[in-house]
Design a protein around this ligand. Structure first.
Ligand code: T5A
Length: 215
């Protein structure tokens, strides 16, 4: 598997269930790294190119009933376009790319949440990413009820997936909690924001220092 370290840039992904604080952390990491003089690009999934934003609308907002496999391919179409047209060029330019969700979301939601077959989805994922894997994946963990309450307080309008019941979202959370592999780090995101940021910063500075040495 190809990853950002060893190419010129560094690829960091922030993952986790609904309302875990991913977008908040991605914004904070972007600002903190820029303040250190790093060239940073932040992206969110699905989205980030015209085609990916169109796929996002279909996946999350459209009222059309759909097969779970159709939902999968909307997310993968968005990812394929984002990887080829935005993430890879940024990594080649030596940027730190921070993504709000990536492949682990597809495993948690479409494989464990929806029940699609893991091996087939992993093969399709490899086509979508061309084998690109993150250097670091920060998995934020919060109980489902905490995440839902944060979204409610933030005034977020529920999309298709957020409208799924707690059983679905508990499966998704459990999938994240059991995720292991190279570069995967779990953070208790029920802590105060500052504690989450400190834990994330330790991991991000370690991996960006590594990529600087390798450059
Ligand atoms: N999806 C996506 C799939 O099914 N398959 C895939 O392959 C992909 C890529 C994306 C949806 O698509 C699905 C998963 C999702 O359902 P989205 O609109 O991008 O949807 O939504 P989410 O990624 O789920 O983002 P959310 O906004 O719901 O959650 P975040 O980003 O985790 O949370 P954030 O940062 O917006 O914070 C929410 C609130 O909590 C506060 C923030 O200030 C904010 O008000 N907060 C904290 N409060 C207390 N303590 C902390 N530590 C806090 N951190 C943040």
């Amino acid at each position: 598997m190809e990853s950002g370290v060893g190419s010129q840039g560094t690829f960091v992904v922030v993952e986790g269930p609904e309302g875990a604080g991913k977008s908040t952390l991605v914004r904070w990491l972007g600002s903190a790294l820029r303040a250190e003089g790093r060239d940073v690009l932040t992206v969110r999934e699905p989205g980030g190119t015209p085609l990916a934003e169109a796929a996002r609308k279909l996946a999350l907002k459209s009222r059309h009933e759909r097969a779970f496999a159709a939902e999968l391919f909307l997310f993968l179409a968005a990812r394929a376009d984002l990887v080829e047209r935005v993430i890879r060029p940024a990594l080649s330019n030596g940027q730190v790319v921070i993504a709000d969700r990536f492949g682990l979301s597809t495993i948690a939601y479409q494989v464990v949440g929806r029940g699609l077959p893991r091996n087939d989805v992993e093969a399709a994922l490899r086509i979508a990413t061309g084998g690109l894997t993150p250097d670091l994946t920060l998995v934020l963990d919060v109980p489902v009820a905490v995440g839902r309450e944060r979204q409610r307080v933030a005034g977020k309008v529920k999309d298709r997936i957020e409208r799924e019941d707690d059983t679905f979202h508990t499966r998704v959370r459990d999938a994240y909690r059991s995720a292991t592999g190279p570069g995967i780090v779990h953070i208790d995101a029920s802590q105060h924001k500052k504690a989450v940021q400190d834990a994330a910063w330790r991991e991000v500075t370690a991996v960006t220092a590594l990529s600087l040495r390798g450059a």
